[in-house]
Design a protein around this ligand. Structure first.
Ligand SMILES: [Zn+2]
Length: 206
C-alpha cells in the first residue's frame, strides 16, 4: 500500500521523525511543503536536526537485505530516540524489522537469520538506552509468525541451526511479547494481539 502510506505521511502529519527507505515513492516537494526536513543516507541522517524530519536511508525502491544494507536499523532507531526523547511529554516510537518476514515467506534460512540478528542488534541498542533512561517502556513482539519455522538441531557444515519451514505464509502460531521498563508487568500472560493496543493506551493514560 505504498501510495496510501505515502499520502498519509505527506498529508496527515503522520509522525515527527520517520526513518526508512522508499524515497522513489515520495514527492519531496510535497514533503518539504508539509514541513519535513529531508535527508538521504545514514551520515546525512545524523546531521538532520529538523523538528519534523524524514530520513531516507538510501535512494532504492527496494531496500537491500541484511547484512548488506549495514546497521541502518540500529542507527535509525537511536537517531529517532535521541531526537524524540527531548520531548518532556515523552514519545512513542515504532521500530520494525520488516524483512524477517520476507526471508520467512521465501523459506530463506540465511536471510531470515541475518534479519533476526539485525533486529536483535537494534533491540539491544534500544534496551541499553532504556536501562539508562529508566522511564521508558520497551515492548518487543511480532504481528504474526511466518513460515511455520521449527529448529531441528545444529548443522556443523553451515554453522547454522537446521531450520524447517512448513509454509510460505503467515501462520497462527503464538508470538512472544517481551516488555522492559515501567508497566512491563501488564504484558505477562496469554492474550489476543489486539490487547497490546489497549494495554499501551491504559499505561499512557489515554
Ligand atoms: Zn508477510
Amino acid at each position: 500500500m505504498y501510495k496510501q502510506i505515502v499520502a498519509d505521511i505527506t498529508q496527515n502529519n503522520a509522525a515527527t521523525v520517520l526513518v526508512g527507505g522508499g524515497l522513489p515513492y515520495f514527492d519531496t516537494i510535497l514533503l518539504k511543503k508539509a514541513g519535513y526536513s529531508i535527508s538521504v543516507g545514514t551520515e546525512a541522517m545524523l546531521k538532520n536536526k529538523g523538528g519534523r524530519q524524514i530520513c531516507f536511508t538510501d535512494t532504492l525502491k527496494e531496500p537491500l537485505p541484511a547484512p548488506q544494507r549495514g546497521p541502518m536499523l540500529s542507527m535509525g532507531s537511536m537517531h529517532a530516540i535521541s531526537h524524540l526523547s527531548k520531548n518532556k511529554k515523552g514519545f512513542f516510537l515504532m521500530i520494525e524489522g520488516s524483512q524477517i518476514d520476507w526471508g520467512a515467506h521465501n523459506n530463506d534460512s540465511a536471510h531470515t537469520i541475518a534479519e533476526a540478528i539485525d533486529f536483535d542488534n537494534a533491540a539491544g541498542e534500544v534496551l541499553k538506552w532504556a536501562q539508562k533512561d529508566r522511564n521508558t517502556l520497551v515492548i518487543i513482539t511480532a504481528d504474526h509468525e511466518c513460515g511455520g519455522l521449527t529448529l531441528h538441531g545444529y548443522d556443523k557444515s553451515s554453522s547454522r541451526p537446521v531450520m524447517h519451514f512448513s509454509s510460505g505464509h503467515h501462520t497462527a502460531e503464538p508470538v512472544p511479547v517481551y516488555a522492559f521498563g515501567p508497566g512491563a508487568e501488564a504484558f505477562s500472560g496469554v492474550y489476543q494481539n489486539t490487547e497490546i493496543y489497549y494495554k499501551m493506551m491504559k499505561l499512557l493514560g489515554l
